[in-house]
Design a protein around this ligand. Structure first.
Ligand code: ZN
Length: 98
């Protein structure tokens, strides 16, 4: 084999390896989200059981998935994560009126 052919083949294998790369992080990210269950079953804002009022809304507190019973609670949490986050970690609630 001539040296330039070896060089060409080398370039091809590099392109092939990098060509499939962009898919890998996407797949692992999707699997990571699916594998992460929220830490709480009770809405930390209102005290309703998550999923009892409708489709649960998911948020995040310090990298931990947290579930809420509704959009309003998720919005309140985003305004005051320091207030509701620690409650969610203990599966406790502020029992706030809606
Ligand atoms: Zn709620």
């Amino acid at each position: 084999m001539k040296p330039w052919i070896i060089l060409l083949l080398g370039l091809f294998s590099i392109t092939a390896a990098f060509g499939s790369d962009p898919l890998v992080p996407k797949l692992t990210a999707a699997a990571g989200i699916a594998a992460r269950e929220p830490i709480n079953s009770v809405c930390p804002v209102s005290g309703d059981t998550v999923g009892s009022v409708g489709k649960p809304i998911y948020g995040e507190y310090q990298g931990t998935p947290v579930a809420f019973c509704c959009k309003d609670c998720a919005r309140k949490f985003r305004k005051h994560p320091g207030k509701y986050g620690p409650l969610a970690e203990k599966n406790q609630t502020a029992h706030e009126p809606m």
